[in-house]
Design a protein. Structure first.
Length: 299
């Protein structure tokens, strides 16, 4: 029974996801000293494309059909903007602050789904939104330390990621996850290349390990999390995912001598608690609904 509540396999996939996100942030920070942000995104997609070539060949027939290409284009345009903003934030802010603000993404998903998909904004999601807003204020502390423009850029990245998640939800009706990933690298590769041309700089050889690490972790972070969620509940995965914040804080301290600010941890904890509470309340509501007489009659 214990293994059912906390599957070790799922936990290991989550650890792989955590390490991948940290590796992606460090690689982006290192490449910022040599390449423009657009170049960084281009090389990330290029390495991802090389890794996925065997899968692309296997899926070539389905890719030719391109049944949902307009939606794929929209999703990748939004996601590319999010990646651009996130990469800028990684180069400009303490890494722990970037990760803390990125945890607002689920809150933005709820708000955007309410505004554009007319999904019900439940009490749980409303509380999460309020709690997330308070957490953001604690992290940013406007008026106390001065509002950092780069922090607002990271919040924009979280909004773009939220919009991307909503579009992915629509894409899953017509595409498999692997097709969505393939279209991501195929569409974002030429976009990154075209936008990087005005500021193109040939990367020195010392950039190669960071480019490979960025491309690999850009795929492995999301793949590992998806695998984890197939064998464990989100209510278990989310608390593990939160360890990204203290882990990246330690990495930032050791590699870049970044200060460990208590307020960032407090704000991140408020954001996490808001998301987690909303998730548990939603799960409880679904359980009660399934047990209700009206639900039984409907089935």
């Amino acid at each position: 029974m214990q293994s059912a509540r906390f599957p070790v396999k799922g936990a290991l996939w989550m650890v792989a996801s955590l390490l991948s996100f940290v590796g992606m942030a460090v690689a982006s920070r290192e490449l910022a000293a040599f390449l423009s942000t657009f170049q960084t995104l281009f090389f990330r997609s290029l390495v991802g494309l090389i890794i996925l070539l065997p899968v692309i060949y296997q899926q070539r027939a389905r890719l030719r059909q391109a049944l949902d290409l307009p939606l794929q284009l929209a999703r990748n345009a939004v996601h590319f903007c999010g990646q651009y903003a996130w990469t800028l934030g990684v180069a400009s802010l303490p890494l722990v602050k970037v990760f803390a603000l990125e945890f607002t993404t689920p809150i933005w998903v709820s708000l955007l789904a309410f505004l554009f998909l007319k999904e019900r904004l439940s009490l749980a999601r409303s509380l999460a939104a309020v709690g997330g807003f308070v957490g953001v204020l604690v992290v940013l502390r406007p008026g106390l330390d001065g509002l950092e423009p780069a922090a607002l850029v990271v919040l924009l990245a979280a909004v773009c990621y939220a919009a991307s998640i909503i579009l992915v939800k629509q894409l899953t009706l017509t595409s498999t996850p692997i097709l969505i990933v393939i279209w991501m690298v195929v569409l974002q590769l030429p976009l990154g290349f075209a936008l990087s041309l005005p500021q193109w700089r040939t990367p020195p050889l010392e950039c190669l390990p960071w480019i490979v690490l960025l491309g690999f972790t850009g795929l492995s972070a999301h793949f590992a999390m998806a695998k984890a969620l197939t064998v464990m509940d989100a209510s278990v995965a989310i608390p593990i995912d939160f360890f990204r914040v203290p882990l990246i804080a330690l990495v930032g301290y050791l590699l870049y001598s970044e200060r460990l600010e208590a307020w960032v941890f407090v704000g991140a904890l408020i954001i996490f608690a808001s998301n987690y509470l909303a998730l548990r309340l939603e799960q409880r509501r679904l359980v009660l609904y399934e047990k209700s007489p009206s639900s039984s009659k409907a089935r």
